[in-house]
Design a protein around this ligand. Sequence first.
Ligand SMILES: Cc1cc2nc3c(=O)[nH]c(=O)nc-3n(C[C@H](O)[C@H](O)[C@H](O)COP(=O)(O)OP(=O)(O)OC[C@H]3O[C@@H](n4cnc5c(N)ncnc54)[C@H](O)[C@@H]3O)c2cc1C
Length: 419
Amino acid sequence: MIQQASRGLTQPDVVVIGGGPSGATTATLVAKQGHSVLLLEREHFPRYHIGESLIPETFWVLERLGMLEKLRGSRFVNKHSVQFVSEHGRLSEPFYFADHKPHESARTWQVLRQDFDMMMLENARDHGVEVQEGVRVLDVLFDAGRAVGVRAADETGAVREIRCRVVVDAAGQSCMIQDRLGLREWDPVLKKAAIWTYWKGALRDSGRDEGATMVMQTQGKQGWFWYIPLHDDVASVGVVAPYDYLFRGRDTKDIEKLYFEEVGRCPGVQPRIAGAERNGPFRVAKEYSYRSRQVAGDGWVLVGDAFGFLDPLYSSGVLLALKSGACAADAISEGLSKGDTSAAQLGKWGPEFIAGMDRMRRLVCEFYDGLNFGQFVRKHSDRKGLITDVLIGDLFKEDIDTLWPLMDELKAEQSVAVS
Ligand SMILES: Cc1cc2nc3c(=O)[nH]c(=O)nc-3n(C[C@H](O)[C@H](O)[C@H](O)COP(=O)(O)OP(=O)(O)OC[C@H]3O[C@@H](n4cnc5c(N)ncnc54)[C@H](O)[C@@H]3O)c2cc1C
């Protein structure tokens, strides 16, 4: 039986689908600007989620959200740098964020997502968002091409329709609107998968290196491991590699065996987990990158993974979730105030955001293409800062694009030298 919206807000200005970082951000910032917001989340928090390493530019959105005090007071490990380890186990110099931008934002966090996401959702409630957990959105309602609300079911099976002026799809990889409207474009290159687990007592560095994210290549450079040190002496350690390489044509489908086969190919990770005890199940994700052809339509807007997912090499997912959430919130609030919830108004932030995401994607592809970053920085030392900008997530500026012709030039020189 379909009921009209019953509990709570009957006709909010905005309905947000999903309470992950992108949904919580959008909801909080729209509510802060005086509009009524209903957020529907199918799970009950805390719930498990991957995506534990933040990057420095999250600082500015977290500041707007009023989250910084909560994070400073949390038990999350401080992250000051990222470090790369070659297929032979050779360590790069760490990229210390503060060397590039000496500001508090240069210190960020390695978070347990169940705790971080819960803090974000509680923060949304504190700012006046009505959050309903255990409510699954079944469909987005359209009228003459315009989104006008959602149909949602609670855990008793009761279904209701909720009308609103703007629907925000923040449902992560469920991508409700993108799939319904056939907007998804798969990345032609970034077709990866990941297997990961957690280790207690893994080897970790000390001092300001304790919280460093390590990116460790496997022999033959087919894949790489992340090593993310979390609190309580637990580390998240996972391998990312092309889906076909990881799962097709192998003797086994056992993910534990596949994980250890890759450990056997990674001299960087072996000593780190040698004396450690496993502290969680093995998990797996198919992580093909994709994005939607549109960020918004009349009455709807996409944020976070519901807009696009990018390979996790440089830990950019939460930043992109926060940034798109903040941009969408401003466009929605302005649109509601002036009575314009058209695609053009709700999606006005899209081109600049997509250009930033493209810059991150380009640096990801350069890594997989085997660009020698050490050689690049030695040859173009004046551009090291721009590479660090991408690594910290300061993506939304055009001067970064001066890197690409120089990288193409170096790759051409390298291929001439090889042939
Ligand atoms: C292997 C891997 C490693 C990663 N590592 C990192 C990392 O180190 N750092 C980083 O920043 N990012 C990382 N990411 C990316 C990161 O996980 C995501 O980009 C981020 O979680 C996106 O946030 P979101 O709010 O858009 O979506 P989510 O966090 O997925 O939140 C979506 C929410 O919507 C809810 N939902 C879904 N459907 C419905 C529905 N029908 N009705 C109601 N609610 C619904 C879900 O329950 C969920 O809570 C990684 C991703 C992968 C796959």
